[in-house]
Design a protein around this ligand. Structure first.
Ligand SMILES: O=C(O)C[C@H](Nc1ncnc2c1ncn2[C@@H]1O[C@H](COP(=O)(O)O)[C@@H](O)[C@H]1O)C(=O)O
Length: 480
């Protein structure tokens, strides 16, 4: 071997810096390879959207104060002035993001930068005199909590919930299609009383729907009560106003529930509630992913290959369940963040610490990984075909699951007065435990029990595929 072949292989030093490239290269996958899937969240949960919402809250507060004549010396704004102020929000774009970032470089305070950004636009609207009204009585958290509330509300209602509901509708449709397809159960991983594939999918759809209904009802709170929640600056400057009423009507005008009692920060309990429910949804979905993955593995579902796509780079025969595996990973990452947010956001030292500011910057990431997973599960489910023959074959190899049915029939017969029905459980245990029993052996056993004619006929008609109780009609609970 030559010396060069012996040298340790490594990435060459002196390489170009990718961080210095003119096109910004994403560090994280949500802003890189997965951006397409999470792009709808950018208008709600990106830093730019947060800043736009901050501008929106400041502008609406300005209009609210003037509309309600809260301060002596203000005049009602004209329709043009109001439209002009709101235009600062609707016109907020990439250029505005840059301008705001430049102001923040000087202020080193993100919300103060928003105040200056708006202030710089008042002269053009003939409102220069009212510059002191921007951010009046506010601490930054007054603006931040309302902006996050508006952003998260929009992300849930416009993006996350519709995507999640589309997925649950798909699972429910699959439950309907497979409602009568018998399937061997596997409690503890062992053959157990059969069910139908549709009923098992219906259980998941039912569980997910409950979580979505909770999420849709989340109470989203907001506050605007000053530096320590006492309206001290408000009353010191304008003692004549009913500041609680002004604050309440403002918070409610944003579609939020007014929180009347806080420190400097809105207590964030509603966020913890929401993220716990979303994490529970994610966990139930994760359970579906691993179950479906396992069903694919044992051949219950066939995956329809994507034309032109590679399954395994080395094993040409394979179609890998990568959508479900990707979803599993992304649900775990989403939950790690949702759990952390829920835990950290409900604590703040004394009247405030700034940890919430830094952690809330990751809300979009938590949503993003969940949305990505939802998309992947939807795509994965769309490529599944139920292999009914494989399910039927499995049932036909597990006649011993009828042991439960036979012993229950014997118990009922004993109670009805039929002789010779002693020790049903033990007799079935002797017949079935630890060994396979085929159809002939099972039917021979049933015929030798001395059951009443009707019970014997009922049992002889039973097969593992028919031993499904009312599994099929249970699927109807999805529509109740
Ligand atoms: O209204 C106030 O500002 C009152 C002030 N409390 C603050 N409340 C809200 N934001 C504040 C506060 N303090 C700093 N900052 C600014 O928060 C930004 C934190 O940046 P990051 O850690 O990246 O989230 C970063 O831009 C910080 O400048 C207080 O003294 O109680």
């Amino acid at each position: 071997m030559s010396d060069s072949a012996n040298a340790t292989a490594r990435i060459p030093s002196g390489r170009k810096s990718l961080a210095a490239s003119s096109e910004r290269i994403a560090l994280g996958p949500l802003d890189g390879r997965y951006f397409g899937a999470v792009a709808p969240l950018v208008d709600y949960l990106s830093e730019a959207a947060l800043n736009r919402d901050r501008v929106g809250v400041e502008v609406e507060w300005f209009i609210h104060l003037t509309n309600n004549n809260v301060l002596p010396g203000t005049e009602l704004l004209t329709a043009e002035q109001q439209a002009g102020l709101r235009g600062i929000v609707t016109e907020f774009d990439a250029e505005s993001v840059k301008e705001l970032a430049d102001i923040e470089k000087v202020t080193v305070h993100d919300v103060k930068a928003v105040e200056y950004f708006i202030g710089n636009r008042l002269a053009a609207l003939g409102l220069e005199r009212l510059k002191p009204l921007v951010h009046f009585g506010c601490t930054s958290e007054d603006i931040n909590n309302l902006s996050y509330a508006v952003g998260v509300k929009g992300a849930v209602e416009d993006v996350w919930l519709p995507a999640a509901r589309t997925l649950v509708a798909k699972i429910a449709a699959m439950a309907e299609e497979n409602r009568a397809v018998p399937m061997l159960s596997r409690t503890h991983g062992q053959p157990a009383t059969p069910t139908t594939l549709g009923k098992e999918l219906a259980v998941t759809a039912f569980r997910l729907t409950r979580q979505l209904d909770r999420i849709a009802k989340t109470e989203i709170l907001g506050k605007i009560n000053g530096a320590t929640g006492t309206y001290a600056a408000h009353y010191a400057s304008v003692p004549t106003a009913d500041w609680e009423a002004v604050a309440k009507s403002f918070v409610e005008s944003l579609g939020l529930t007014w929180n009347p009692l806080t420190t400097q920060i809105e207590s964030h309990d509603w966020q913890a509630e929401l993220y716990a429910d979303m994490a529970r949804f994610n966990r139930i979905l994760h359970n579906l992913c691993t179950d479906v993955w396992s069903y694919i593995s044992i051949g219950y579902f066939a995956q329809v290959p994507v034309p032109g796509a590679t399954g395994s780079s080395t094993m040409p025969h394979k179609v890998n369940p990568i959508r479900f595996e990707n979803a599993e990973a992304n649900l775990e990452i989403s939950n790690a963040l949702l759990d952390t947010l829920g835990a950290t956001l409900v604590t703040s030292r004394w009247q405030r610490d700034l940890t919430d500011s830094s952690s809330q910057r990751n809300i979009g990431v938590a949503f993003g990984h969940s949305i990505l997973a939802i998309n992947n599960v939807l795509g994965g489910l769309g490529r599944l075909d139920t292999a009914e023959a494989v399910l039927a074959d499995d049932l036909d190899h597990n006649w011993e699951v009828l042991a439960e049915a036979i012993q229950m029939v014997m118990r009922a017969e004993a109670i009805a007065g039929v002789e010779g029905m002693d020790d049903p459980y033990e007799r079935l245990k002797d017949l079935t435990r630890g060994h396979r029993v085929d159809a002939d052996r099972m039917q021979e056993f049933v015929s030798g029990l001395g059951l009443s004619a009707e019970a014997q006929a009922r049992l002889l008609d039973l097969t593992p595929g028919k031993y499904i109780g009312i599994a099929e009609s249970l699927v109807d609970h999805l529509n109740k």
